[in-house]
Write a protein that binds this ligand. Structure first.
Ligand SMILES: [Ca+2]
Ligand SMILES: [Ca+2]
Length: 180
């Protein structure tokens, strides 16, 4: 049973992933992201190895989205999404196994230059791709940041754990993917 706060957070995440706002998450959302990002999906900005961003998107899709596709149809409705996440968070002790790959995939996606730290510009660029306004993304990063201007992987994991599991309305992790 999800709490009201968890429902709101998972709704927020669904809205972010359903980039074309047609009510299902599917590959068309990634085509839409490719459209709005211009060249960003063909050349990952700042990446030392020149990995195309679409490679990261593919990995993100396989590790973060596919496990939620219970019907194996390649489309995920809000109900499926919420139900699948509900099952995963029902056993918090299984968080690392069930959701760890998704957390890492999201971090790798946002860490555009792949240096293991998410700086403000990377967060704003990535979240804006997914439909947050730049102003909302900047305000959100300011709340997430503990003052050094960087989100490391461990910090991101702690925030993600709160995002999925916490029932504290004051937890900063509530804001990981933008204001609720
Ligand atoms: Ca969609
Ligand atoms: Ca970085």
């Amino acid at each position: 049973m999800l709490t009201e706060l968890q429902k709101r957070r998972f709704d927020r995440l669904f809205d972010l992933l359903d980039a074309d706002r047609n009510g299902v998450i599917d590959l068309a959302d990634y085509h839409r992201l490719a459209d709005v990002s211009g060249g960003d999906l063909t050349h990952r900005p700042g990446s030392p190895d020149g990995e195309p961003l679409r490679v990261s998107f593919t990995r993100f899709w396989e590790q973060a989205i596919n496990p939620l596709d219970s019907g194996g149809q390649g489309t995920i409705t809000r109900e499926q999404f919420t139900a699948a996440l509900g099952q995963m968070v029902a056993r918090p002790e299984g968080f690392d196994t069930a959701l760890g790959p998704a957390v890492d995939a999201v971090f790798d996606l946002i860490d555009l230059d792949g240096d293991g730290q998410v700086v403000r510009d990377e967060y704003v660029r990535a979240l804006t791709l997914f439909g947050l306004t730049p102003a909302a993304a900047e305000q959100t990063f300011a709340r997430l940041d503990d003052g050094d201007g960087l989100l490391g992987r461990a910090e991101f994991w702690a925030l993600a754990r709160d995002f999925y599991l916490s029932d504290d309305p004051d937890s900063v992790g509530n804001l990981l993917f933008g204001p609720l």
